[in-house]
Design a protein around this ligand. Structure first.
Ligand SMILES: *[C@@H]1O[C@H](CO)[C@@H](O)[C@H](O)[C@H]1NC(C)=O
Ligand SMILES: *[C@@H]1O[C@H](CO)[C@@H](O)[C@H](O)[C@H]1NC(C)=O
Ligand SMILES: *[C@@H]1O[C@H](CO)[C@@H](O)[C@H](O)[C@H]1NC(C)=O
Ligand SMILES: *[C@@H]1O[C@H](CO)[C@@H](O)[C@H](O)[C@H]1NC(C)=O
Length: 322
């Protein structure tokens, strides 16, 4: 009987000891998220440390594995015995549509606390970021807005995870008068949006927000980008440019062709005269070098020949030979 009593007493003592040794678990588990960057953070009452260093261990598991009756779940350790009150889960590439259970434990001087758990589903809980980039380009009197999707931690598009991601565009005329700043809104799934109902030659500013309506996620707005619209070119301006073009042509063509011919002439027909003894070669009219045929002698010859030919021809000749 006394033996049984002592055994009970020992057990009771052990139990109270264990209770006394128990540390407070971490509290207020929160996730700080942006796109696929997930950081778990928590609070812990420092008075339990009693002057010792406190360390924390963070683990995670897919929720469906906890329900498995056949084998106990394998918890993956994300951060082991770290002194920070946060753990970056980004590099574990949690499946965006998956549901996970995260847990954190405090340890001080070899004693450990209970685990504190938190459920996490990136698709439902993770914040979506604003577009990674917004560019503007003038399109006549309108503006083209070119939106780059928010990016994951590996620089791929967030649309790979959220196919229904869309954009909420605010645009307004830049004005010194604050009363005039009544922004207009536009929703779009496309990444290139044309604003066509704008005034020509006017400054406009654009700011864009990402949205995921199914879980009512809204990002911050991008900082405003501003650009001046151009205009449809008025007809008189086109006519003016055409006229200017004609004038330039009329001025330039004679000047340049004059210059061209002058250059060619200077190159191939130099103006300085040939030496006198070569000159007579060119000037044939007064030379005594025999001329082969001049038009005169030629026609003379031909006529003579014709005459003789006609004289020797047969009957019917109007001038019979004597
Ligand atoms: C995730 O975001 C936190 C701050 O928001 C930053 O300190 C950390 O470096 C980011 N992690 C990655 C992998 O980009
Ligand atoms: C947890 O959050 C509550 C409310 O913000 C705060 O009062 C409490 O002190 C926090 N816990 C710790 C351990 O800091
Ligand atoms: C707890 O964290 C401290 C840093 O704050 C570190 O020096 C120590 O080794 C850690 N303890 C364990 C058991 O890893
Ligand atoms: C993502 O792009 C940024 C800027 O272009 C670059 O600094 C960063 O290293 C890239 N990260 C990855 C994981 O490729």
């Amino acid at each position: 009987m006394s033996a049984a009593f002592y055994v009970c007493l020992v057990f009771w003592c052990l139990q109270t000891n264990a209770v006394a040794a128990e540390l407070a678990p971490p509290e207020n588990l929160t996730l700080i998220t942006l796109n696929t960057n997930y950081t778990l953070s928590w609070d812990w009452d420092q008075s339990f440390a009693e002057g010792h260093a406190v360390n924390f261990t963070t683990q995670y598991v897919a929720k469906f594995k906890l329900k498995s009756k056949r084998k106990s779940p394998v918890w993956e350790t994300a951060c082991e015995k770290t002194s920070h009150r946060s753990c970056d889960l980004t590099k574990f590439n949690l499946y965006y549509l998956g549901i996970y259970v995260l847990r954190v434990q405090a340890s001080v001087n070899g004693r450990v606390s209970d685990w504190m758990m938190k459920e996490f589903c990136p698709d439902k809980d993770a914040a979506v970021g604003p577009p990674s980039r917004v560019d503007l380009s003038p399109a006549g009197s309108g503006l083209d807005i070119i939106i780059s999707d928010p990016l994951t931690s590996t620089n791929s598009s967030m649309k790979d995870h959220i196919p229904d991601l869309n954009y909420h565009i605010l645009y307004w005329e830049r004005s010194v008068d604050p009363q005039a700043l009544e922004p207009q809104t536009l929703a779009s799934k496309a990444t290139v949006v044309t604003l066509s109902d704008l005034k020509a030659w006017t400054w406009y500013c654009v700011s864009v927000q990402s949205r995921y309506d199914f879980f009512n996620k809204k990002s911050s707005f991008t900082s405003p980008h501003c650009m001046q619209t151009e205009g449809a070119i008025p007809w008189w301006q086109i006519f003016g440019y055409f006229l200017l073009f004609l004038v330039i042509c009329f001025l330039l063509v004679p000047v340049s062709s004059f210059w061209f011919f002058k250059t060619v002439k200077a190159t191939f027909y130099p103006s300085n005269q040939l030496p006198p003894h070569f000159q007579y070669l060119c000037d044939s009219s007064e030379s005594d070098i025999p001329r082969l045929l001049t038009p005169d002698s030629d026609s003379e010859l031909l006529c003579d020949k014709f005459d003789r030919l006609s004289k020797t021809t047969g009957p019917g000749n109007p001038h019979p030979s004597p």
